[in-house]
Design a binder for this molecule. Structure first.
Ligand SMILES: NC(=O)c1ccc[n+]([C@@H]2O[C@H](COP(=O)([O-])OP(=O)(O)OC[C@H]3O[C@@H](n4cnc5c(N)ncnc54)[C@H](OP(=O)(O)O)[C@@H]3O)[C@@H](O)[C@H]2O)c1
Length: 331
């Protein structure tokens, strides 16, 4: 068991990097089965990751949460379990659609307050625990004021089923409105070398005392410099930057940052995570991986110190890096 440096997300204390479990469900980023998934989760826990991120929407019928539940059995006290709700719309309830940049064009959620307790109870069963440490609406419901959704999460805090409120894929304005109802511990948003955080969102999270949980901190694997193709059945085919023509262009455009990484004796993925960790004392990246060696490599960046000159070189190369294809999920 390794111990990593820690960071705070609101009043929660997490390892400086967490672990994102989404890649462990079938149909995401390449082949995986539950034995491999469990080994990956155990490698993350043994490597010192104390924040495990999942969702009731990853994989069929709570698959990802059930896998996380199996991995944490007997070691629940070591872990902060973070999960999300809204995609598993109850039978007969309305699907509230909103546009996204992925090629399938839209997603649908239902985050009406009357469903929230049922979502949480199902997640608790899937996870095999009696409390969720950090609970997020996965996406704001376009038809429900955020105050109403987070009010229902606040009720779960009062009932002892949830410890902390998180927000995912929200705007600055939604952070402010939600925080007026209940303290926000963490704002989960996409943030990486190829997808900047929106400055107003960052400022709103800081003002609320919330940390940032950075999703896809490795750009879905691209920023490791190891992805030169994605299979047609890989979920990333839906992301414009992984479209084969864009991917080819992006590999070329990323070359200067890969060169900086090599100069600094880091892999490109380590550079991407270390850069992120240096942007804010309260950012916790949650890279995902099916591979124990990759997990160890990612967690090792918790101890990387970048000299200001190195940060300036990275920043110059980052500013000149113009990826081809839409990168933001919400349009
Ligand atoms: N809130 C939201 O809407 C939202 C959206 C997306 C993601 N998320 C969360 O963020 C987490 C992470 O995002 P993500 O999985 O999209 O992307 P990511 O962490 O940026 O990248 C994951 C990919 O990188 C590869 N990888 C990881 N470490 C590597 C290494 N050291 N060397 C080479 N390849 C490496 C993995 O492949 P291998 O398996 O081969 O290592 C995997 O394909 C998810 O698990 C999920 O919890 C949240």
């Amino acid at each position: 068991m390794t111990t990593l440096p820690t960071r705070t997300l609101g009043t929660l204390r997490s390892s400086a990097l967490g672990y994102g479990a989404m890649v462990l469900s079938p149909g995401m980023y390449g082949a995986v089965d539950d034995a491999r998934g469990l080994a990956a989760l155990r490698a993350a826990l043994d490597g010192g990751a104390t924040l495990i991120d999942t969702s009731d929407g990853y994989g069929p019928d709570g698959h990802n949460e059930r896998l996380v539940g199996e991995a944490i059995r007997g070691r629940r006290d070591e872990v902060l379990v973070a999960t999300k709700f809204g995609f598993r719309i109850p039978e007969g309830a309305a699907a509230h659609r909103f546009p996204v940049s992925y090629t399938f064009g839209e997603l649908a959620v239902n985050a009406e307050p009357r469903h929230v307790r049922r979502y949480a109870e199902q997640s608790l069963r899937n996870l095999g625990t009696d409390v969720i440490d950090l609970y997020y609406p996965h996406f704001p419901d376009p038809q429900v004021p955020i105050e109403e959704t987070v009010g229902a999460v606040a009720d779960l805090v009062t009932a002892g089923l949830v410890r902390h409120l998180g927000l995912s894929n929200v705007t600055a304005e939604q952070v402010r409105r939600a925080h007026a109802v209940h303290p926000v511990a963490a704002v989960q948003t996409q943030w990486s070398l190829w997808q900047p955080i929106e400055p107003e969102l960052h400022a709103a999270a800081r003002a609320a005392g919330a940390g940032i949980v950075a999703w896809s901190p490795l750009g879905g694997g691209f920023l490791t410099g190891t992805v030169d193709r994605v299979d047609p059945d890989d979920f990333r085919r839906n992301l414009p930057r992984f479209d084969p023509a864009n991917l080819r262009a992006n590999i070329d455009r990323y070359a200067p940052l890969r060169a900086v990484a090599a100069d600094l004796g880091l892999t490109p993925g380590q550079l991407a995570l270390a850069w992120l960790l240096h942007q804010d004392q309260h950012v916790v990246p949650i890279p995902g991986s099916r591979t124990p060696a990759h997990i160890a490599e990612n967690l090792s960046t918790a101890r990387v110190r970048l000299h200001p000159d190195s940060l300036a070189r990275i920043e110059a190369a980052r500013a000149a890096f113009a990826p081809r294809g839409e990168g933001a999920l919400l349009v």
